[in-house]
Design a protein around this ligand. Structure first.
Ligand SMILES: NC(=O)c1ccc[n+]([C@@H]2O[C@H](COP(=O)([O-])OP(=O)(O)OC[C@H]3O[C@@H](n4cnc5c(N)ncnc54)[C@H](OP(=O)(O)O)[C@@H]3O)[C@@H](O)[C@H]2O)c1
Length: 285
């Protein structure tokens, strides 16, 4: 298939383009500044000229705290911008896969969120991604919405690297215990998104590595797998760590819809091990 990938210079977009090419698809990549999803005429001209068979749309403003400071900008890019991309795909009669977030939920559930649970974002980034979901569904009936969370990717800023950098610099570690979600390996997610696309089945999906943990557990696991079993981590609460955006406390996603069509990801622990192995950071058990 000829697939247009937005946000293709980003962590997920670049990996999706690689997976597509590796599997014999044609990937047409687009990103700012040449391609700006917040500009409808330019988005329309760009996508129409590309003549794709399918659009995968990971582009977004992903600075969660920045979104809290400038909520209108967040809605313009993540919400209305997603609607622009979906509308042009609809004009061309092609499906769109929009990448969304666990932050569309409020984090008060007593169990992991299922695909059609009630959404209720509690911060401007989550709200902007929710607006994106609504705009995509309204503009293009041939939509797939793939929510994910806590991405860790090779070659970019990520939680694992931040923890290991802090240890390397001899800094004391303080990590929150009351933010719980699903760590997700960028490589696993990109492969799953391509499978979803190939399935041709519209709907909402939760595309995360299996299982869930707190930020503290995530950090502890990384340290234990990299030879830092003796390094202490202070447990703190999100309430003790003021930031512009308030994350949902309990927002694990459960993948039911994807499993039904054979699209599922391995456990988050298995994914972290694979990531560390590839980075040459894994020590023997
Ligand atoms: N990272 C996570 O933990 C996480 C969790 C849940 C969901 N998600 C979702 O997953 C998707 C991919 O995330 P990611 O981590 O790969 O993000 P990323 O690395 O920040 O990539 C996003 C890309 O979109 C581009 N972009 C920003 N504004 C744009 C605009 N107006 N028009 C066109 N492109 C624009 C960015 O360019 P600039 O860098 O120049 O701004 C960047 O290249 C996003 O939709 C995000 O909401 C991510």
């Amino acid at each position: 298939m000829r697939v247009l990938v937005t946000g293709a210079a980003g962590r997920l977009g670049s990996r999706v383009a690689d997976v597509l090419r590796g599997q014999g698809h044609e990937a047409i990549t687009a990103d700012v500044p040449e391609f700006d999803i917040a500009n409808f005429p330019s988005t329309r001209a760009w996508i129409t000229a590309a003549q794709p068979d399918f659009v995968i749309h990971p582009a977004a403003w992903t600075d969660v705290d920045g979104c809290a400071r400038e909520p209108d900008k967040a809605i313009t890019i993540n919400g209305l911008g997603a609607g622009n991309v979906a509308a042009v795909a609809a004009e061309l009669g092609v499906p769109i896969l929009y990448v969304s977030s666990n932050e569309v939920f409020d984090g008060t559930a007593a169990r992991p969120y299922l695909e059609y649970d009630r959404t209720q974002p509690i911060n401007p980034y989550g709200y902007s991604k929710w607006v994106g979901e609504q705009a995509v569904m309204a503009a293009n009936p041939r939509h797939m919405i793939a929510r994910t969370s806590w991405l860790f990717a090779h070659g970019g800023k990520n939680f694992i690297q931040s923890i290991l950098n802090a240890v390397g610099a001899g800094k004391p570690l303080r990590v929150v215990v009351n933010e719980i979600a699903c760590p997700t390996y960028n490589d696993d997610l990109a492969a799953a998104l391509v499978k979803l696309m190939e399935s041709g089945r519209p709907g909402i999906y939760h595309m995360v590595n299996e299982g869930y943990c707190s930020r503290y557990d995530f950090a502890r696991y990384v340290l234990d797998r990299t030879g830092h079993t003796e390094t202490p981590i202070e447990r703190i609460s999100t309430h003790a760590w003021a930031r512009p955006s308030t994350p949902p406390e309990f927002s694990p996603l459960q993948n039911l819809a994807g499993k039904m069509i054979g699209v599922e990801l391995r456990s988050w622990q298995g994914a972290v091990d694979a990531f560390l192995e590839k980075e040459g950071l894994r020590t023997e058990d």
